[in-house]
Design a protein around this ligand. Structure first.
Ligand SMILES: Nc1ncnc2c1ncn2[C@@H]1O[C@H](COP(=O)(O)OP(=O)(O)OP(=O)(O)O)[C@@H](O)[C@H]1O
Ligand SMILES: [Mg+2]
Length: 232
């Protein structure tokens, strides 16, 4: 590769990193804002404590995001270790619980307790779960249901560890099913259109796949599938 090609590549990656950092920080930031709003009217000690804890964990998430992005731009490597996908889903659900409660969205989790550990970068996969659940919250608007399932999908020669995020929001029309994964595609007033392309990028780094099934006006299901081979 020519020197200027390498430089161009680096600039492209840095541009994507900066954009994705800006995108990811908006999630915990809105959680902090919502908790501070709640704190204004909280009169019971438990309510105050709950809002403060919500702010603290969201602030910690921003800190981790900045640290991992700095790490990434330094080394461009993805450190991985064995994790249980169910734990990551529980963390994501905790982080977004204030948002879901405020929007009267019910979350049900059906997590396979026998799920094997997979070799992943915990923070990045948490980012994927947060993006998918946030999209579901936004698709529902208010009053609806999100279901998250984990399970093992057995094929003749392989096994996949699957996370499914389902919502009963507006659904996605067939002509948009591919477009939504491209950088900056959004149909939201304040969206960056980077959420799903960041998910795709992270999952490609993990040799995992993302796919969807949706019925306009009825439901949307996103499937994230990790290969079990090469994991522990
Ligand atoms: N669960 C869903 N239900 C319906 N439409 C969805 C769902 N998830 C994604 N989409 C569609 O895909 C588009 C792209 O999603 P993506 O997360 O990449 O960006 P965004 O949500 O629009 O912006 P941002 O993530 O920056 O807030 C959304 O604008 C929306 O039209
Ligand atoms: Mg999004």
């Amino acid at each position: 590769m020519q020197e200027n090609e390498i430089q161009n590549n680096k600039l492209q990656i840095l541009g994507k990193l900066a954009a994705s950092l800006a995108h990811e920080i908006r999630n915990p930031l809105s959680v902090i804002q919502l908790n501070l709003e709640l704190l204004k009217t909280a009169d019971k000690k438990e309510e105050v404590d709950e809002s403060i804890d919500g702010c603290l964990s969201a602030a910690k998430r921003i800190q981790t995001l900045i640290e991992t992005t700095l790490d990434f731009s330094r080394t461009q490597s993805t450190e991985r270790s064995p994790h249980n996908l169910n734990d990551i889903i529980k963390s994501a659900a905790d982080i977004l619980s204030v948002k879901m409660n405020a929007a009267k969205i019910k979350l049900s989790k059906d997590l396979d307790q026998a799920l094997p550990f997979i070799n992943i970068n915990k923070n990045k996969i948490l980012q994927v779960a947060l993006n998918l659940i946030t999209n579901s919250i936004e698709a529902i608007g208010s009053c609806g249901e999100i279901k998250i399932r984990t399970y093992i999908e057995k094929h003749e020669n392989s096994e996949l560890v699957v996370m499914m995020v389902e919502d009963n929001g507006g659904g996605i029309s067939d002509d948009l099913k591919e477009k939504i994964f491209t950088d900056f595609f959004t149909n939201k007033k304040n969206g960056t259109g980077l959420g799903l392309s960041v998910c795709k990028m992270i999952l490609e780094e993990h040799c995992a796949s993302i796919s969807l099934d949706s019925q306009l006006g009825s439901y949307t299901r996103f499937f994230v599938k990790f290969k079990l081979s090469g994991t522990i």
